[in-house]
Design a protein around this ligand. Structure first.
Ligand code: AMP
Length: 412
């Protein structure tokens, strides 16, 4: 299927072509026709599948068709609610890109930053608004947002939205919109509470499932290191020195953990940035931009801060702390080995995390390659075991030959 088959208007097709997209992704192929047909949709797809365009393109198309008929100032007709600021910024950038040859205007509001410039944007009028829940309700309370003209409501990353305690806000927002509207719900996984939310606010939805998984992709090596908790930093430094190359995201469970590792890496001469919920919005954005531009090769993040972040060319993901929710592991590793490229996911498992790794392996239906030959084993008496070389790794330019030489022996 090509984008032309989806009946998108020329200005939208032009922007899509300019982006270098040849064909729609699976989630786009399945979702776009349903959105254009004004159906409610619940889509299970994670970042990296092209899900943003799956709702952005048909929303632009529907609004584009109507815009000549609109009289008076612009009214918000599509609302996209996102759990995190980073994701909201990304969605906004996508909408701006895809709508650049139309007259449709997109606005963005999120918390943790000055509200006044956001009020100015709203006063000028927007067709599409992307918002985090708290700031949206705040601006609505102050009468800067009118949701009575909403035709399409999108709840993105609904599972995270509920995990972050936004359920009441989401329900409030939904009630502020007209009853007869189209609702699209996107969620990486569909746990029971998302299902319940969908059942209560969606109208006879079509369900689309795009198997998230590069969890079992041939291009992704998944390595498991059993290591005492106290030695995790030492193991991380050892691997950075000897093994892990390229652009890396290291996941930690807590904000404190992110700060601590960031300090240690800086002290050891690595360029690294940390992002988590307690850092200011501008610091988080600066760190993300530096990472995306390749000025910094190591990003340390909590799951919440990193969720939804779309980074090209990520070579490795380090699960420094294992997540207690196995789906989180899938989200994390889904950031690397995308679009046919290679990548490596490292998992550090301490004694108290053994049940987490069991749950993860059960979910992905795969046993990770255990690497016992490293300086900080959990059981020091364990004999080193030589493993087969796991999936291909992509290394930084200029280091390829050296890396592949290592790979021929045992490169991990
Ligand atoms: P998303 O899942 O929305 O975060 O998108 C992941 C990445 O895929 C983004 O960098 C998009 O620009 C890109 N993308 C979206 N749709 C397509 C497409 N049809 N072909 C190629 N890349 C795409």
């Amino acid at each position: 299927m090509s984008f032309k088959d989806l009946n998108l208007n020329k200005p939208i097709l032009r922007a899509v072509t300019e982006q270098g997209y040849d064909n729609p992704t699976l989630v786009q192929e399945k979702t776009i026709p349903l959105v254009l047909a004004k159906r409610d949709v619940i889509t299970s797809a994670q970042t990296g599948t092209g899900k943003t365009a799956a709702f952005a393109l048909p929303i632009l198309q529907l609004l584009f068709d109507k815009q000549d008929a609109e009289k008076g100032g612009k009214k918000i007709k599509a609302l996209i609610v996102s759990p995190t600021r980073e994701l909201a910024i990304q969605i906004h950038e996508n909408f701006k890109t895809y709508s650049k040859y139309t007259n449709l205007r997109t606005g963005l509001v999120f918390g943790g930053t000055s509200i006044e410039p956001q009020k100015d944007i709203l006063k000028k009028g927007v067709d599409i608004l992307i918002a985090t829940p708290g700031r949206l309700l705040d601006l609505h309370k102050q009468d800067f947002i009118n949701l009575t003209y909403i035709e399409t409501l999108v709840l993105d990353e609904a599972d995270l939205m509920l995990d972050m305690g936004f359920i009441d806000d989401v329900r409030k927002i939904e009630r502020l919109c007209p009853e007869t509207k189209q609702t699209l719900l996107f969620s990486a996984t569909i746990p029971h509470k998302v299902e319940h939310l969908a059942n209560t606010i969606l109208n006879n939805p079509e369900r689309i499932e795009v198997t998230p998984n590069n969890a079992t992709s041939k291009n992704l090596g998944q390595l498991l290191y059993y290591v005492p908790k106290k030695n995790k930093i030492a193991l991380c430094l050892h691997l950075l020195r000897n093994t892990i190359k390229g652009n890396i995201i290291i996941f930690r469970r807590t904000k404190y953990g992110v700060d601590k590792l960031e300090k240690t890496l800086l002290k050891n001469g690595y360029k690294a940035d940390g992002i988590h919920g307690d850092k200011s919005q501008s610091d988080r954005q600066i760190a993300l931009n530096r990472f995306k531009k390749g000025e910094v090769h190591i990003l340390i993040a909590t799951d919440v801060a990193a969720r939804g972040i779309d980074v090209d060319n990520l070579d490795a993901v380090v699960n420094f702390d294992l997540p207690n929710i196995p789906e989180t592991y899938v989200h994390r590793i889904g950031r690397t080995a995308r679009a046919g490229k290679g990548g490596i996911a490292y998992a550090f498992c301490s004694a108290d995390e053994k049940t987490y790794i069991k749950d993860i392996q059960k979910l992905i239906n795969l046993q990770l390659d255990i690497i016992e030959d490293h300086p900080y084993p959990l059981d020091p008496k364990a004999k080193p075991i030589v493993h087969k070389t796991p999936g291909k790794s992509k290394h930084r330019k200029g280091r390829k030959s050296q890396a592949s030489k290592k790979k021929k022996k045992r490169w991990y």
